[in-house]
Design a binder for this molecule. Structure first.
Ligand SMILES: Cc1cc2nc3c(=O)[nH]c(=O)nc-3n(C[C@H](O)[C@H](O)[C@H](O)COP(=O)(O)OP(=O)(O)OC[C@H]3O[C@@H](n4cnc5c(N)ncnc54)[C@H](O)[C@@H]3O)c2cc1C
Length: 392
């Protein structure tokens, strides 16, 4: 039976997450307005808060599964309009290394912060269109190509790069490679300027005759499958990471909607407009009705995230559920702050209030790690039993 009831211990952890996230609020506007700056590894306030990861690890066995806790933590963190007091040591590339790397690769690079470079100027949703090439020359791979929108691309120690070893093999020719910062031929071209999540660095890279040792091929499998539409083991392995990262991304976006909802609810309550749950629909004001519906949508979207996480924590397939969570989260992160703005009126546009930032910061949820449309494609394929070649 699915049961998301939290133990007292877990409730305590979430309270301390909320307190930590609140302490990061004072830096939010500064880093939103100073996009060129990269967040420090830790702010002085971080010392006051114990490592949440350690606290989760030390809990007795009957508490909530760690992965479900991670979702709740992400939701609560993002519901505050703050920046993290300490930077996460890992990024999307680490998830890919964990999913598809050999034990030796995980031991060598697991401690480094690794970004993930898939997207190119001519290849976004359609990953099989990537043009970056990797050619074996003796005992080295030679990489050539351009990558854009690499999250954590400035601060990371290296990146996992998707490149094709054989264009004619389609997905089968796509493999991933680890490239460390400082490798000749690997250049950070620019830091992207964005609408939202401006405290979070995003980079563009160029690879020009960039040589990495042969054993930097993630997973180590050099064979190229010829089957129609089939991806290499490395490609499929890395894709699997999205089944755990998509619910996390969704949780972040829903958190933004939750933050906007709480802000609007509290401001209205201060003005004497408080939602009375027991009143009939016809007795409520429109503002109350909007808040009520928004809260219900946030709750529904959160449950899709928890279901995807629950399956993953039991080692069960969750491809469909991860995409449902991402599609639903992508919807709520866009409409949630928008609806909060409707009830707040003009003040919601002012930089004196955080709602406009929730709207800008949440928007990305429905774009990266697969847009909302792509999630709907994945859902349709899964329900109707089509392959990616049959339903595009
Ligand atoms: C802030 C930010 C951070 C990012 N971080 C990373 C990162 O760390 N690593 C990385 O590799 N990439 C990253 N990306 C890139 C992101 O994953 C891509 O932007 C995304 O995959 C969409 O690709 P695209 O922008 O090329 O859009 P396109 O693929 O060109 O799509 C354009 C529009 O067409 C729709 N569309 C496309 N194909 C279909 C279809 N078959 N059916 C229906 N509709 C379709 C899309 O949904 C979209 O609305 C990031 C992007 C941003 C903005």
């Amino acid at each position: 039976m699915v049961d998301f009831t939290l133990s007292d211990n877990d409730k305590d952890i979430l309270e301390s997450v909320a307190a930590e996230a609140k302490a990061g609020e004072k830096y939010a506007r500064y880093y939103d307005e100073h996009e060129d700056e990269v967040l420090p590894k830790a702010f002085p306030e971080a010392k006051v808060f114990p490592s949440i990861l350690e606290r989760i690890r030390r809990r007795p066995g009957d508490d909530t599964a760690p992965f479900i806790m991670q979702m709740l933590i992400k939701l609560e963190r993002e519901a505050h309009n703050g920046v993290p007091l300490r930077q996460a040591p890992a990024a999307l590339g680490n998830a890919a290394l964990n999913a598809a790397g050999t034990p030796d690769q995980k031991a060598r690079w697991g401690q480094l912060m690794l970004a993930m470079s898939i997207t190119e100027p001519g290849a976004g949703s359609d990953t099989k269109a990537i043009q970056t090439t990797a050619t074996l020359d003796g005992d080295e791979w030679v990489l050539n190509g351009d990558k854009i929108f690499v999250t954590n691309g400035v601060r990371c120690a290296g990146t996992i790069v998707w490149a094709t070893v054989s264009k004619s093999a389609g997905r089968g020719g796509i493999k991933s490679f680890l490239v460390l910062k400082g490798t000749p031929g690997f250049d950070l071209v620019r830091k992207e300027k964005k609408l939202g999540i401006r405290s979070n660095d995003t980079a563009a890279y160029a690879f020009r005759d960039c040589r990495v040792p042969r054993d930097h091929l993630i997973g180590g499998d050099e064979s190229v499958p010829r089957g129609k539409g089939e991806g290499s083991a490395s490609y499929r392995g890395v894709l699997k990471t999205f089944n755990t990262t998509r619910p996390t991304v969704a949780a972040g976006g829903i958190g933004k909607a939750l933050g906007a909802f709480r802000y609007a609810r509290d401001r209205l309550a201060e003005e004497g407009v408080a939602v009375d749950w027991d009143e009939g629909r016809c007795d409520r004001s429109l503002a109350e009705q909007i808040l009520l519906e928004l809260e219900a949508d946030i709750e529904a979207a959160s449950l899709t995230v928890l279901r995807a996480a629950w399956l993953a924590s039991r080692g069960q397939p969750n491809n469909l559920e991860a995409s449902v969570a991402k599609a639903k989260g992508g919807e709520v992160c866009r409409s949630g702050p928008q609806r909060a703005m409707e009830v707040l009126g003009a003040m919601s546009l002012s930089h004196d209030h955080p709602v406009e930032q929730y709207l800008r910061d949440g928007r990305i949820t429905d774009i990266y790690e697969g847009t909302g449309q792509i999630q709907r494609l994945v859902i349709a394929r899964s329900i109707l039993g089509y392959s990616s070649a049959e339903l595009t």
